[in-house]
Write a protein that binds this ligand. Structure first.
Ligand code: SF4
Length: 348
């Protein structure tokens, strides 16, 4: 096992069978060693500094029905909301004062948030805050829409592919969605010039180790600038309500593998990880993550953006809790970095 980890550290790649072995057998002291190597790589590029992104959940309306998602359209128990442009800007102003220099606008695929409305918001943020990075996470859109958002001043786009295996994709999504369109979107985003993020849920229903190996290989060839890895967490109003959550060990193993394969990638220690276990944020950083995304949404709406149950959005997960976050990071030897934190060499 140590030999495999050393080789992954040196060469940044392994054969599919070796990745499989790592995912199945790396436990205990071997996992500690893997995480230590991943940490060393992250520190060689980013020091002990962790970038912060202000997450603004702009609306929980979605016309899709992904089986794992708490804001899917079939969930009739959710109070739906949309933030208007002025409220989004107010969140940005608050975040800017707190020191955030990246805003992440995240929401469901909502026809109301059409190209004109998104472009208008992006333009307003870009005009008022010329020095910030604007990240969008608004799902699948036509190529032309992505071009408009980029021209309006958005810099980054997050779109997890969730699984690269067709049969597994079908297990997680209704018939009217397709893996090919998701991949088309990712290719568009990268070609247009966005710093592009993709990723997966670990332990989603029906996922096998072989699926994870496929995901690793896809991400290896796609070379995203950002990689989002979090555990699957069930939501009580979805078809997967009774499925078990993803495993902490497997999530950390994958985080470290991705860090070793993509030394300069921006890899968040996700809210899902922080929701799975109280010190999940710290564990993700110690496995090689270098980004956290505190919640900057209006406090009264945070409970309604419930992708899964028991989502962490207060305390050190909240933008107002930056001091607490700083203390928790200091306890493991890290500090907050308030710069924009672009992918090295990418400043657009
Ligand atoms: S995962 Fe995204 S696209 Fe799917 S239902 Fe949830 S918000 Fe909509």
């Amino acid at each position: 096992m140590r030999e495999l980890i050393e080789r992954l550290y040196r060469e940044q790649t392994l054969a599919p069978g070796e990745l499989r072995t790592l995912l199945l057998e790396c436990r205990g002291e071997d996992l500690d060693f893997l995480m230590q190597k991943a940490r060393a790589v992250a520190q060689s590029h980013f020091g002990n500094r962790i970038y912060i992104r202000g997450l603004i959940e702009i609306g929980n309306c979605c016309h899709n029905d992904c089986f794992y998602c708490g804001i899917r359209k079939s969930n009739r128990h959710l109070k739906r909301y949309r933030l208007d442009a002025e409220t989004i800007l107010a969140c940005c102003r608050h975040g800017y004062e707190l020191g955030f220099r990246t805003f992440v606008l995240q929401g469901g695929e909502d026809n109301y948030m059409n190209d004109d409305r998104v472009t208008e918001v992006v333009t307003a943020i870009r005009t008022e805050f010329p020095d910030v990075a604007i990240t969008l996470s608004l799902g699948e859109r036509p190529t032309l829409s992505y071009k408009r958002f980029f021209q309006a001043g958005a810099n980054r786009y997050l779109l997890r592919h969730e699984t690269h295996n067709e049969a597994h994709y079908r297990r997680l999504h209704p018939e009217d969605m397709s893996l090919s369109n998701r991949l088309r979107c990712l290719n568009d985003l990268k070609r247009i010039g966005f710093q592009t993020g993709t990723g997966i849920m670990v332990g989603s229903p029906g996922q096998t180790v072989d699926h994870l190996v496929e995901d690793i290989l896809f991400i290896e060839q796609f070379r995203p600038q950002m990689i989002g890895i979090g555990p699957f967490l069930p939501h009580h109003d979805t078809p997967f309500a009774s499925c078990p959550p993803g495993s902490l060990t497997q999530t950390l193993t994958l985080l470290s593998i991705f860090r070793l394969m993509h030394p300069q990638a921006l890899i968040p220690s996700t809210t899902a990880l922080a929701s799975l276990t109280p010190d999940g944020r710290e564990k993700g950083i110690l496995a090689g993550a270098n980004v956290v995304m505190p919640n900057l949404s209006p406090v009264e709406q945070r409970k309604n953006y419930a992708l899964y149950d028991n989502k962490a959005s207060m305390g050190s997960e909240a933008a107002e809790g930056l001091r607490l976050l700083a203390q928790r990071l200091a306890a493991i030897g890290y500090e907050i970095d308030k710069s924009r934190g672009d992918y090295p060499g990418k400043t657009l």
